[in-house]
Design a protein around this ligand. Structure first.
Ligand code: PGA
Length: 245
């Protein structure tokens, strides 16, 4: 099971301390099978990297530029830069970035260069409420996957984060049956159209210590991408605990 903490545009050197408790927790339960990945804002990557060095916790970034190493792109960070600072993962295609103009084409290029630089990808997909109401969910998911994934081998280094846009930060989660059905749809699509056999699909959207036990009961779920509830160590630890213990 994967537990990805997406800190979004929150956090500073003070709040960074909260990770101490999570490090302690991960040491205590090191015989259990789970992976914690922290994705703080760029400004905290270096400090995080030092903290998690000799632990089982891994580091990820929340986005990157599609140019693999460097170039005249003011304000951007490349996959190689992320790698050099100790990032092992990068989130790509988050709906908060799609909604401000990120296209499937850009996403595909970002995934491509991130893979080339050796990063693991957390590829976000998900339908909006309107699309869901119009029963377009499968079509949207299929489109996002087929347009966003580059045609390269080794796509098995990709984790898919299924995040219905209407669940992010709203406190509303899909019915378990709906979620299970959508995850199955994604896994079948990856198997049949992209030839990824053992794909990993995580769920994201308002995951918290109260609803996680139920969500984790879904057979084909491989973990969670946690936004708001990952900012407090206690909540995040509870989420992991309730899933793995
Ligand atoms: P949330 O965010 O847990 O705050 O809903 C999830 C995400 O956007 O990755």
């Amino acid at each position: 099971m994967y537990f990805i903490a997406n800190w979004k545009m929150y956090g500073n050197l003070k709040t960074l301390k909260s990770i101490n408790k999570v490090i302690e927790f991960s040491k205590r339960y090191k015989n259990k099978k789970f992976k914690i990945v922290y994705c703080p804002p760029y400004t905290l990557l270096e400090a995080f990297s030092k903290k998690v060095k000799k632990t089982t916790i891994e580091l990820g970034a929340q986005n990157c530029h599609f140019e693999i190493s460097s170039g005249p792109f003011t304000g951007s960070i490349s996959p190689m830069m992320l790698k050099s600072i100790g990032s092992k993962y990068v989130i790509i295609g988050h709906s908060e970035n799609r909604s401000t103009g990120e296209t499937d084409f850009q996403i595909k290029n970002k995934i491509n260069s991130s893979m080339k630089s050796g990063l693991n990808i957390i590829f976000c997909i998900g339908e909006t409420l309107q699309q869901r109401k119009k029963k377009l969910t499968n079509k949207i998911l299929k489109n996002q996957i087929l347009k966003g994934l580059p045609k390269i081998k080794k796509l098995n280094k990709i984790l898919i984060a299924y995040e219905p846009v209407w669940s992010i930060g709203t406190g509303i989660i899909p019915k378990l049956s709906e979620l299970e059905k959508n995850i199955t749809f994604i896994k079948n699509l990856l198997k049949n159209n992209i030839k990824i056999k053992n794909s990993k699909v995580l769920y994201g959207g308002s995951v918290n210590p109260k609803n996680v036990k139920n969500l984790a009961s879904i057979k084909n779920i491989d973990g969670f991408l946690v936004g708001g509830a990952s900012q407090k160590a206690k909540n995040f630890i509870d989420i992991v605990k309730k899933t793995i213990i």
